[in-house]
Design a protein around this ligand. Structure first.
Ligand code: DWN
Length: 418
């Protein structure tokens, strides 16, 4: 059953995929919009909801019990631009070329659709190769950026009706792609129906998202926030898409976003599944991803992580150390609010994204400042909120470490490193 709270947001008692009864196994408490970086005069009207995950025993889907309305999260002021990381730019270039040189190779005039195409970080490679493409992106500001770069983009949410419209205008798609998008969509069955409608009978649907197995193994609970209504596994993806005639034919782990999985699906019977699928399903059973006790242990690990981080920050503050956050990530909203981190503990959060600078972090209202301020006067410690970009960041911040600066990390465990 789906009920709405007094602000009209969906709070569920049944699984979004299979309708079995579900209940949260833990709560991270009252949480603001993860990308809701705000101006001081917006504090009064700041929106909160309860961040509480549940695991469906019946179909294995990990999901939020309550998710704010999409319009509260994705809009003209959406604060996340995919192209902020050089590493991610290279990742999406490689993703695009793997599709161009793999499943699209030899096809006459192929047509590619990307769901949640953001600022065009991936589609630009199809455009440069002169391939027919279309991005579907609901956040107007990032969609405008893509269009300004010549990437065909429509500003809307994807569903079965849009699939029919696209198909009527451009024909069926040879490939439908999505990166860090599918896990954001509460009506996954509706999107699966749209994919089924738009995809050619020999087409492929490839998407990647943060992987449940990594999140459990690393206690990276900060992957859980309003936008991520699902955290997928091969088990849950296979079951969720099967009713729409889409079969999981390949899985490939990715290092991005702290551990992701790329899933390839195809119309049933159109392709032979690779061995990777059965291997991953077996791995997930061994990891216990299908068992309720795994999530109770995860809850205990989250609580230990919170205590460890809080104590570390208090100890350093007691020593009079300056601590600055590095990367005003969506993930940091969960950490900051769950651990009740305050502007007294963290002086500011450094971020390279102009739209976040000069604003306050959601919930805790820690100032977000331009990266230049981090460089100008290094703090004693930097709390690495953008831990998923650690390799790229530590490579460029050798000056900080040389000046005696230290990183505070919390994934996979609390540590101070140089
Ligand atoms: O699914 C999602 C993922 C893919 O991206 C979205 N729902 C939203 C977003 O999540 P996030 O905000 O946690 O993503 P990132 O990529 O971890 O965010 C990195 C942040 O850190 C950006 O605001 C840019 C900033 N940054 C920085 O200041 N200096 C990043 C790098 C690499 C840097 O060197």
């Amino acid at each position: 059953m789906l009920v709405t709270n007094k602000t009209g947001d969906a709070r569920i008692g049944h699984c979004r995929i299979c309708n079995a009864q579900i209940a949260p196994f833990m709560s991270f408490g009252r949480m603001p919009i993860a990308n809701g970086f705000l101006k001081p005069d917006e504090i009064e009207s700041e929106y909160f909801f309860e961040l509480a995950p549940a695991f469906c025993d019946a179909c294995g889907m990990f999901q939020l019990i309550e998710q704010p309305q999409p319009e509260k999260m994705f809009h003209q002021q959406y604060a996340f631009y995919s192209s902020t990381s050089r590493y991610m730019q290279r990742h999406f270039e490689a993703f695009a070329h793997a599709v161009i040189n793999g499943p699209l190779a030899g096809r006459a005039d192929p047509f590619v659709v990307e769901l949640g195409s953001n600022d065009g970080i991936m589609l630009q490679h199809f455009q440069r190769c002169g391939l027919r493409h279309l991005g579907v992106e609901p956040s107007a500001n990032v969609a405008d950026m893509a269009r300004n770069r010549g990437i065909s983009t429509v500003t809307t949410f994807f569903n079965s009706k849009l699939a029919a419209d696209i198909s009527a205008e451009h024909g069926s798609a040879d490939a439908i792609l999505a990166a860090n998008v599918m896990c954001h969509i509460p009506d996954l069955p509706g999107v699966a129906a749209g994919v089924q409608r738009l995809l050619k009978s020999d087409g492929i649907f490839v998407f990647e998202d943060p992987y449940l197995g990594d999140m459990i193994a690393k206690t990276s609970y900060d992957q859980i926030y309003d936008e991520h209504v699902f955290i997928f596994s091969a088990t849950s993806v296979r079951r969720a898409f099967a009713p729409f005639g889409l079969e999981l034919v390949d899985v490939a782990p990715q290092v991005t976003h702290g551990g992701s999985m790329r899933y390839t699906l195809a119309p049933k019977g159109s392709r032979k599944a690779s061995e990777s699928v059965d291997q991953q399903l077996t791995k997930e059973a061994v990891l216990g991803l299908d068992r309720a006790e795994t999530y109770l242990k995860f809850k205990t690990n989250c609580e230990s992580s919170r205590i460890g981080l809080t104590q570390t920050l208090e100890r350093l503050r007691g020593q009079g150390k300056r601590i600055v956050g590095y990367g005003a990530t969506s993930k940091s909203t969960t950490v900051i609010n769950y651990c009740k981190i305050t502007p007294e503990q963290i002086e500011f959060i450094s971020d390279t994204t102009p739209i976040k600078q000069g604003r306050l972090s959601p919930g805790a209202h820690i100032p977000v400042r331009p990266y230049g301020e981090f460089l100008e006067r290094y703090p004693d410690y930097a709390l690495l909120f953008a831990w998923n970009h650690a390799a790229e960041i530590r490579e460029k911040e050798t000056g900080f470490v040389a000046a005696g600066g230290r990183w505070i990390v919390y994934v996979p465990e609390i540590a101070i490193v140089s």
